[in-house]
Design a protein. Structure first.
Length: 536
């Protein structure tokens, strides 16, 4: 039995994407700022692309140029093959050399003469540079120049200190042993951007138990608890807490004078602090109402997110990719119909976008047989430029067609406001314009539109519908707004229960359950009925 390696043929079906298709998919998913960067990069890499002030090629012209390039490709390959080194050495060059030998008066039978080449200048064989270097040399010098390694310029650039760096710096100043440092490093590594000791699972963020960290790091639980207590003494105050109550208590206990009433309110009555007035709370604790308000002012000076000062949120620049302008010409430029019902014109935001064209000077050049590699490179760059321009134009047309469908379905929203937003699914728009749903998803990803109602993300218009007689006309976003509006207009002394809100919505033709209302209320951070009740 042979134990050597063998080659086994195995049939397999695999979808292969061409480089042009991969580029088209990536360009379609870019927003305006990302597309500007991609165009600038392509201008640097492709010499056949240039910024054109006018005569920008259309998609039809690009398709015609691509077809012409495909027809010319076999002829170009034949010419390049005929001028390859193997053919030139055995073909036409032999006849040229033979003719030169016959015409040269100094040629002999045993050697070939290259009479067409000029005679070598003897002065070119002298290295004057080395001669003068030796003549002017003041002394011994090594043959290799001395290279002095200088620090990189990046080492002089300052970078902001993160929460992890700040905590590790404080850990380095302590006299903890190696095991304690390892446990403290594990605690620091599990802190989130707010400074809390949390973990992420299917249900979202949750407090991370010390036992879980000890098990994953294979360290004793007692050591891990000591390490947590050590980290909680670091700056900023409140770091390393598992929840808001623990975060506030850590900060209160680190004050020079511990406010006992504030500690009591945070540890035992944190929920009641969210529902003023505090007469019942003062009566229950047996303290004056002024003392409650003073302790509350002390609590409000605490930082519920201690880690954010070292993890500042950066502002995101939003620039609309498209605008919906009311009014248009008689014939719709997108669907091409005179009877199009859309009252809005879809205008692509091309401000600051370079208009690209193809440099025909490189294309019209003729290359000899010694420049066949250059000719192949120019032809490949020409094909790449055509493909890039086609992808840009297809991106523009796809986004315009998607926006055309959005305008047709959301005309009431554009005219009257957000309360008229209609349910709309990505698959419905994809079927209407004849593309795959993933294409529509990429076309609306991270892109914004300027409307008369404000600037919205294109994904904002895609929402599911709710159940009921009129549920197909109501989106989930509008349902949440109705729930919020009902709660805002309720009597604070007799707030609406989730069951009562459900009955009101069912009376309006929207079939929802009490649990659904409770879920939407929690998503909007609206307190429960008991916490919203106000007593006189």
């Amino acid at each position: 039995m042979s134990l050597g390696p063998k080659l086994i043929a195995k049939p397999m079906l695999k979808q292969a994407l061409t480089p042009g298709l991969v580029q088209m998919v990536s360009i379609l998913a870019m927003n305006k700022l990302e597309l500007q960067e991609a165009i600038s990069q392509e201008l640097l890499e492709n010499p056949l692309l240039e910024e054109a002030q006018e005569d920008v090629p259309t998609l039809e012209e690009l398709n015609a140029a691509e077809q012409e390039l495909r027809r010319e490709a076999p002829a170009d390959e034949a010419v390049l093959a005929a001028t390859s080194p193997s053919d030139s050495g055995a073909g036409s060059s032999d006849s040229v050399e033979a003719g030169a030998e016959a015409d040269s008066p100094h040629s002999s039978d045993g050697e070939a003469s290259a009479s067409d080449e000029p005679a070598a200048d003897p002065f070119e064989e002298i290295d004057f540079g080395s001669f003068f270097d030796e003549y002017l040399d003041p002394g011994y010098r090594s043959t290799e120049g001395e290279e002095i390694e200088r620090p990189s310029f990046e080492n002089f650039l300052s970078s902001p200190t993160t929460l992890t760096d700040h905590l590790r710096w404080q850990l380095g100043l302590t006299d903890a042993d190696e095991e304690m440092r390892e446990a403290a490093e594990a605690i620091i590594g599990n802190l989130d951007e707010d400074g809390y000791l949390t973990a992420e699972d299917d249900r979202g963020r949750r407090p991370l138990r010390v036992e879980e960290i000890a098990l994953s790091e294979q360290l004793p639980e007692s050591l891990m608890r000591e390490a947590l207590s050590l980290v909680q003494t670091f700056d900023p105050p409140g770091v390393g807490a598992r929840d808001l109550r623990e975060c506030l208590l850590i900060q209160l206990f680190q004050q020079p004078t511990v406010p006992i009433l504030a500690v009591t309110l945070v540890s035992e009555h944190l929920q009641q602090l969210q529902t003023p007035p505090y007469k019942d709370l003062a009566r229950m604790l047996g303290v004056p109402l002024e003392a409650i308000n003073t302790a509350l002012q002390e609590i409000r000076r605490l930082d519920p997110y201690p880690g954010r000062r070292y993890n500042p949120t950066t502002s995101r620049v939003i620039e609309p990719d498209v605008a919906f302008i009311k009014g248009r010409a008689e014939r719709c430029p997108i669907c091409g119909r005179d009877d199009c019902s859309n009252e809005y014109t879809i205008v692509m935001n091309d401000d600051g976008m370079p208009q690209l064209g193809i440099n025909q000077q490189y294309r019209s050049m003729r290359w000899d047989r010694n420049q066949r590699d250059v000719a192949r490179y120019i032809r490949d760059r020409y094909a790449s430029a055509i493909q890039f321009l086609k992808n840009l134009e297809q991106r523009k047309q796809t986004i315009a067609r998607v926006c055309h469908s959005i305008v047709a379905r959301q005309a009431d929203f554009l005219n009257q406001g957000i309360d008229q937003l209609k349910p709309m699914m990505i698959k419905d728009v994809a079927e209407e314009i004849g593309v795959h749903p993933s294409t529509v998803s990429r076309a609306v990803a991270n892109k914004y539109v300027h409307t008369a109602q404000g600037v919205f993300e294109l994904r904002y218009f895609f929402t599911e519908s709710v159940q009921g007689a009129r549920g197909q006309e109501t989106s989930l976003l509008i349902l949440k707004r109705r729930v919020k509006k009902l709660i805002e207009e309720e009597d604070p002394r007799h707030p609406l229960t989730d069951e009562r809100i459900t009955e009101i919505l069912r009376g309006q033709g929207i079939d929802v359950t009490r649990r659904t209302i409770a879920k939407y209320r929690e998503d909007m951070n609206i307190p429960s009925t008991h916490r919203r009740r106000r007593k006189e």
